[in-house]
Design a protein around this ligand. Sequence first.
Ligand code: KG4
Ligand code: ZN
Length: 337
Amino acid sequence: MKDIYILAIESSCDETSVSIIKNGKEDIATIINSQIDVHTKYGGVVPEVASRLHLENITMVIDECLNKANMKVSDMDAIACTYAPGLLGSLLVGVEAAKVLSYVYNKPLIGVNHMLGHICANMIGNELDYPLLSLIISGGHTDLIIMESESKFRYLGQTLDDAIGEAYDKVARILDLPYPGGPNVEKYASLGEDKYNMPKILNDETLNFSFSGIKSHVNNLAHNANQRGEEINKYDLACSFQKCVTNHLVDKTKRALEKYNLKTLLVSGGVASNSYIRKSLEDMCNNINVKMHVPQKLYCTDNAAMIGAAAYILFKNNKFCDLSLNAKSNVQLESLN
Ligand code: KG4
Ligand code: ZN
């Protein structure tokens, strides 16, 4: 079969990223232009600023990626972009850029759900066995999905309130740690000890998650200490928080693996770059004889390589879009057939 090259664009939040992916597996070139330095000044992502920066950067990032790959748009078999979910103004920049390339160069257009992208980060340089369990842990999602094939999936559980990454970011703010919160809480946690009592979270039979209670608990501890004029130990509190949310994640994931008798786990999303969480999930999987896949850290946080990998599956299933493709802030992932 002829090799398939896809140029993919990701701009759903604060990374402008472009990749060229061969056959859904091989990363020919990836450029990730992060806006973190700008948003750090504001303590979080400012949507209006994010979309303006995407607009300023998108053509440069596309050029840089093509140059790195030493390829031309005319060499591509399709143009892909993230169209949902995410910040509307940010998504629109990537969607419109992809539509222009598709129209001008007469290439098929593929709209990719960002969450499918996160899952498919595990397909870069990797072969997978189905059925499997997919755990997505990101800034907006905490999902358990059963995948019968690369195009057939069903939700088993989701967060009932905050996503795990959101909880990390909120705890970072409570502890007065700079944006981006997740990596900073991880850093503090690694230097602390588990000395604070944490609540039991959603210890039930379902495969759902909940992270808002623990966030409120951390907030109360910090607030009460402040009222009493006491210092909280940020390192220890970060450590106790991280241990508690990780136990919750591991418990529910183990429950799903056992309930559906699955032997493969895919972990993905920005929070999957957390070393403590990676190790804890891996230990659990080793104990129950499950093979775990997690992307290298570069492909955990937002990037266009994962969008190119997902687009290849859509390509094989003839799931193309016309120029009416529009950005959407929230769309639940659905099976392709
Ligand atoms: O997947 P991602 O880049 O964007 C979304 O699709 O949401 O995930 C971003 C989230 C943020 O909440 C960030 O704080 C969290 O992932 N994150 C981490 C770590 N690195 C990123 N959380 C915990 N530990 C980390 N090392
Ligand atoms: Zn993401």
